[in-house]
Design a protein around this ligand. Structure first.
Ligand SMILES: [Zn+2]
Ligand SMILES: [Zn+2]
Length: 214
């Protein structure tokens, strides 16, 4: 993980571990309600609108290597039903657990000279920076995992009528007569085209003839 941008303690998703301290076993619980960052969810499917409240419950535990963060996020997600396309809201609850390592410690808690030495190992690791950690990427991954890939307004949503697009949940008795009037019109058109081929006339002229015959 790149340590380029310095963490800002005023960012509501940045947490301070100074109060927790570095004594292994120390625990701190905290709750915080934050505004949802943008793109908190599955893009184009369902997500927590930017700025909507996200309730966070965190448990910080000091361990040899760093700070183990366990928590739950609760928020209301908005999307649309994949079957009937109606807007829907969903109370979502996402659990997460993540280790934020001290920059000067390796996996076994040993102090190493250069934090960037084992670059491959470090790619997926998150680090404390001046005792601060940024929860945003952890929160986003957890919320995406907790949300349904195919949200439905109700488990048995019957979807839309394949013929006219009506929402079937609103109209359980919805049905169409066996022969749809548009289908009859298509059959008439097919008949007129056949006549046109026989007479070696263009479709337009055949259509005129068809009308005159009637
Ligand atoms: Zn639906
Ligand atoms: Zn219909």
């Amino acid at each position: 993980m790149a340590l380029n941008a310095r963490l800002d303690h005023r960012n509501p998703l940045v947490f301070d571990t100074h109060e927790l301290g570095r004594r292994p076993g120390a625990l701190q619980r905290l709750t915080r309600t934050v505004d949802a960052p943008k793109d908190l969810g599955i893009q184009g499917v369902i997500g927590v609108p930017e700025g909507a409240p996200v309730e966070l419950e965190l448990r910080l535990e000091s361990v040899m290597e760093g700070v183990l963060v366990t928590g739950t996020a609760r928020a209301q997600a908005e999307g649309e039903c994949v079957r009937c396309l109606e807007p829907l809201t969903l109370e979502s609850e996402a659990d997460f657990q993540e280790m934020f390592s001290y920059p000067d410690a390796d996996d076994r808690g040993r102090v190493i000279a250069e934090p960037g030495d084992d670059a491959e190992d470090d790619e997926d690791r998150l680090f404390l920076e001046d005792g601060l950690f940024d929860l945003e990427s952890v929160l986003r991954d957890a919320v995406v995992l907790a949300l349904p890939m195919q949200p439905v307004c109700q488990d048995d949503c019957p979807g839309l009528c394949s013929e006219c697009g009506a929402r079937l949940a609103d109209d359980p008795d919805h049905h169409h007569d066996a022969v749809d009037i548009r289908w009859a019109a298509l059959q008439g058109l097919a008949g007129s085209l056949e006549d046109g081929e026989k007479d070696e006339m263009s479709g337009a002229e055949a259509g005129v003839d068809e009308k005159q015959e009637k």
